[in-house]
Design a protein around this ligand. Structure first.
Ligand SMILES: C[S@@+](CC[C@H](N)C(=O)[O-])C[C@H]1O[C@@H](n2cnc3c(N)ncnc32)[C@H](O)[C@@H]1O
Length: 235
């Protein structure tokens, strides 16, 4: 199996297990609460009939609170995830939280999913674009997201970069297993260029360390978590 296939398999089995075991908005996992940055940027968008696209939506950690906020303004969240099991759970959670009519959910690989032109006010890609197959696919998807956005619309991109595995005993470092492991500088430089005509609202990175035991060894999974948000047409 090549690196991409191994990374994709690992990604799918990790999320399938987590979504089966953890309950949305309950403590104990990262599903406990939505990402505040996602909600904060929604507040900058006072559009009626707002249309939101959530790429790599998972079980709706962000899509559901977004739907709750835009429901009364006739808003809609289009939710896309690779895993049919995530989409099934999202549909159940949407019913539980009373937002079924504001959510359209479908299982698809974001890389192949065609974003309709000039259709969205807000596009969220939270831990999604690092799962594309190549830098070219990444650039192509961001351009498609841009073409799919109306004037004054906002993008909220969050992704892991520079993913590493560090053996805690020996200090030995190796690349982490993820589909697209961009350096943080490279990811920012691609985004800076692609968004040169947009108003950049947020551009930051924080280090994330997760300790786990792998094959009997204490391992540190280290990455740089990037947040990049921008508004179309601003200067
Ligand atoms: C870390 S989770 C984040 C989920 C959600 N965005 C959130 O913040 O709760 C990453 C999600 O991306 C999905 N995913 C990974 N690769 C994908 C792809 N190529 N196309 C669509 N979804 C993908 C996974 O199935 C998983 O649900």
């Amino acid at each position: 199996m090549n690196i991409f296939d191994r990374a994709r398999e690992k990604e799918k089995s990790y999320h399938e297990k987590l979504y089966e075991e953890a309950v949305l908005f309950e403590p104990g996992s990262w599903l406990a609460k939505p990402v505040q940055t996602v909600l904060d940027h929604l507040d900058l968008l006072p559009f009626p009939d707002i249309r939101v696209l959530d790429l790599g939506c998972g079980v709706g950690r962000n899509s559901i609170p977004v739907a709750q906020r835009i429901r009364s303004a006739n808003g809609k969240v289009i939710c896309v995830d690779l895993l049919p099991s995530a989409i099934d759970k999202l549909v159940q959670y949407a019913a539980l939280y009373g937002v079924s009519s504001s959510i359209e959910a479908l299982a698809a690989d974001v890389e192949q999913y065609e974003i309709a032109e000039a259709s969205y006010h807000y596009i969220i890609a939270c831990s999604c674009l690092e799962h594309l197959s190549s830098e070219e696919a990444f650039v192509c998807k961001v351009k498609q997201m841009q073409a799919g956005t109306v004037d004054q619309g906002i993008h909220c991109i969050m992704m892991s970069t520079e993913v590493k595995e560090i053996d805690r005993e020996t200090g030995f470092e190796e690349k982490g297993l993820i589909e697209l492991n961009l350096s943080t500088d490279r990811a920012f430089s691609i985004l800076d260029e692609l968004y040169s005509e947009w108003e950049v609202l947020t551009r930051r990175q924080v280090q994330q360390d997760i300790q786990e035991v792998k094959d009997g060894r204490e391992v540190l999974f280290r990455s740089q978590w990037m947040t990049f948000t921008a508004r179309k047409g601003g200067d």
